[in-house]
Ligand binder design. Structure first.
Ligand code: NAI
Ligand code: MG
Length: 335
């Protein structure tokens, strides 16, 4: 049976890495009817909106999407399509596994953690106002409902995946009310899961500990902003943004995308690493029940990375996106 999946190629390196991933999924024999929709600048040209209703309808109907990165202008222009999409579809949980991959050069070995980021509120609510000239107030929204929901998601994820410890990350010494509520919610949920260890760390110390001894972390539970920042830090521990996948999950639908952005500095050069989006697509295949092809693809990627002869530039190699994709496809066919 063909799966119908929404495909949002994205901006910058998005079209290159998503084309590579589509090729690899097809090579593994998964039959997908891709419904392609654009977001951001590319969508405005066609529909007048950065987040067209047709895209939202497509994800809602298919319940699954694979998404490339979408550019958001800095300090001006339209609001983030990524934040808008997560809010519109109530994709409240952002799940980002951070682990070493065979053959990928990195500062650390033995890193195996999962970042669980609240995806709908915090300072990303986008409520900013210039109150008087020269004074801007940005509202940090933290609700008990969203905090408990993401904490419960993190604990359930731990139980379902044999993970042992949740570390809630906060700055409740300063933001006593907002981060205080996030922490109280996490502590309350922790009581429902006596078999999972629970501890807490202040975000600045957590960052230091992450770069000193990342192996001590298992599941990290964070509000939106810290989750965003710590995700890129986590990527840096295991080889960079080219290899870290992610999923935005809600009760009804799921959008799979890498942690990285549109990388305008290397867009169009056929040098981007498609591994991050590919591993996101493997999370997607498992989500829709295609475990065997996901395992086959993971095996092929692992062998190509471990062999080391066809690595992209970000991993110290010289292979192009196309050459790397060819190598992965070749490995799939060889087994
Ligand atoms: P970025 O993640 O696009 O790039 C940061 C650095 O990592 C760059 O040097 C880039 O070349 C490198 N990099 C990223 N992905 C790579 C890959 N797959 N292979 C090889 N190298 C890779 O972050 P930046 O430059 O801060 O943001 C660029 C744009 O992306 C901004 O408009 C931002 O808003 C957007 N963005 C979108 C996201 C999304 O759609 N989910 C997530 C993060 C940023
Ligand atoms: Mg980010």
């Amino acid at each position: 049976m063909a799966h119908r999946i929404t495909l949002i190629p994205g901006d910058g390196i998005g079209p290159e890495v998503s084309a590579a991933v589509v090729r690899i999924i097809e090579a593994a024999g998964v039959v997908v009817e891709w419904e392609e929709h654009h977001a951001g600048v590319r969508a405005v040209e066609q529909s007048g909106s950065t987040l067209p209703q047709a895209l939202l309808d497509s994800v809602t109907a298919n319940r699954v999407a694979l998404k490339g990165p979408v550019t958001t202008p800095v300090g001006e222009g339209f609001t983030s399509v990524n934040v808008g999409l997560r809010k519109a579809l109530d994709l409240y949980a952002n799940l980002r596994p951070v682990s070493n991959l065979p053959g990928v050069p990195s500062r650390f070995q033995g890193v195996d953690m999962v970042i669980v980021r609240e995806n709908t509120e915090d300072l990303y609510a986008g409520l900013e106002n210039e109150i008087v000239p020269g004074v801007v107030a940005g509202l940090k929204i933290i609700t008990a409902t969203a905090s408990e929901r993401i904490a419960r998601f993190a604990f359930r994820h731990a139980v379902d995946n044999g993970r042992r410890k949740i570390t809630a990350i906060h700055k409740a010494n300063i933001m006593k009310q907002a981060d205080g509520l996030f922490l109280r919610s996490a502590r309350m949920v922790a009581k429902e899961f006596p078999d999972v260890k629970y501890d807490e760390k202040i975000v600045d110390n957590a960052c230091m500990q992450l770069v000193m001894r990342p192996e001590q972390f298992d599941v990290l539970l964070l509000p939106n902003l810290y989750g965003d920042i710590v995700s890129d830090l986590g990527a840096g521990l295991v080889g960079g943004l080219g290899v870290v996948p992610g999923a935005n999950l809600g009760e009804r639908s799921a959008v799979f995308e890498a942690v990285h952005g549109s990388a305008p500095d290397i867009a169009g050069l056929d040098v981007a690493n498609p591994t991050a989006l590919l591993l996101s697509a493997l999370m997607m295949l498992r989500h829709i029940g295609e475990r065997t092809p996901a395992d086959v693809i993971f095996g092929a990627v692992s062998r190509v990375l471990a062999a080391g002869a066809t690595l992209t530039r970000d991993l110290g190699g010289t292979a192009s996106t196309t050459q790397y994709t060819d190598a992965v496809v070749g490995e799939i066919h060889a087994h």
